[in-house]
Design a protein around this ligand. Structure first.
Ligand code: ZN
Length: 345
């Protein structure tokens, strides 16, 4: 169980869930965006800051315990991958993510580091562990110049050829400060989808659109792409999601949380066409409520509230809601899993 939610926070999160979310949330959840790390999976002296709380691991065992608390009375399955940090032990993190996934509840993607991986190593890893796809990251592509990384550097042709031929999922956190507002990103994303139609590209965090200007008008050149999907991880802005729900078929929308970060207390907020997080604990990405003015719930509860509000605004049906929380991701994962025959089966 995670160490950072105090018993008081845990009880309060549960109360919010019971009062506001229990009636809304379907019985089955597929969380398409979860990170895991083996015991001591981070560097000594450099733990990962989860909303301001340092962690040294995030194992499947901890995840299973946390899912019970975060989604009471729900059946939850997840798509999991390591923490994409070039400083970490790449092989060990991938071996844990793939080797400890149970393929019943927990399905793994493989972190892709184009500077350390080769076509042979990626293919061998898929054969051995049954990875359902790839998780690239801007930090792997240009470690010394992360802000200017480009999508084709994150996903070189040899990797996309594998994803295309083996019909894999690709969980894409788009690079660059302007995100979807950056025309280069939009052009390269479109080219990626068109050129590799066998790959299924999941645009993580709706293209990191945590503020309304980050999405408005920017899906026009993307929404006709049959192999592009959108995950909602850490998006807590209901108007952003309502916009997405009206712009793309609901079959393209996947619920994702970004657990474990999503289990920390706080909220993502828009301010002057930007966003930040507000948290009760100091965190490098947030403004901290140092004067203790606010009572917080988890990022996850804030996200679920916002999805509910967006679903109401966009007039989604119960079937739509069940699809975005479960069926859409389940269908994708089942399709890939059926094809990937790995050594463990
Ligand atoms: Zn993530």
């Amino acid at each position: 169980m995670n160490a950072w939610n105090t018993p008081v926070e845990r009880d309060y999160n549960r109360r919010i869930f019971d009062e506001e979310l229990d009636d809304f949330l379907p019985a089955k959840i597929f969380d398409a965006h979860v990170h895991v790390a083996p015991a001591n999976g981070f560097l000594p002296g450099a733990p990962f800051s989860c909303g301001g709380v340092p962690i040294m691991s995030y194992t499947y065992t901890t995840l299973a315990a946390d899912l019970k608390l975060a989604f009471p009375k729900r059946q939850v399955e997840t798509l999991c991958f390591g923490f994409p940090d070039p400083k970490l032990n790449h092989e060990r993190n991938n071996a844990y993510g793939g080797g400890s996934a149970d393929f019943r509840r927990f399905f793994p993607l493989r972190l892709l580091d184009p500077r350390r991986d080769t076509a042979a190593s990626v293919n061998a890893n898929i054969d051995r562990f049954g990875f359902l796809g790839l998780k690239p990251y801007p930090d792997y592509a240009r470690p010394s110049d992360v802000p200017n990384a480009e999508i084709p550097e994150m996903l070189p042709d040899w990797a996309m050829a594998i994803a295309h031929e083996r019909r894999l999922l690709v969980m894409l956190h788009i690079p660059r400060a302007k995100r979807l507002e950056d025309p280069l990103n939009r052009r390269q994303l479109r080219e990626l989808c068109v050129r590799w139609p066998g790959a299924k590209i999941i645009l993580a965090h709706i293209g990191r659109a945590y503020y309304l200007r980050g999405v408005t008008g920017l899906l026009d050149g993307l929404r006709d792409l049959p192999n592009l999907y959108y995950d909602l991880a850490m998006v807590q802005h209901w108007e952003v999601m309502a916009y997405l729900f009206r712009q793309v078929p609901i079959s393209k929308v996947l619920f994702g949380s970004d657990i474990p970060i999503a289990l920390a207390q706080g909220k993502s907020v828009e301010l002057n066409h930007q966003y930040t997080y507000i948290t009760p604990r100091p965190w490098s990405l947030s403004l901290c409520d140092e004067n203790k003015k606010l009572q917080f719930t988890s990022f996850l509860n804030e996200q679920l509230r916002a999805i509910q509000q967006a679903a109401t605004a966009a007039k989604l049906s119960r079937a739509n809601i069940a699809a975005l929380f479960y069926d859409n991701a389940k269908t994708l994962v089942d399709e890939v899993a059926a094809r990937i025959k790995h050594a463990r089966t």
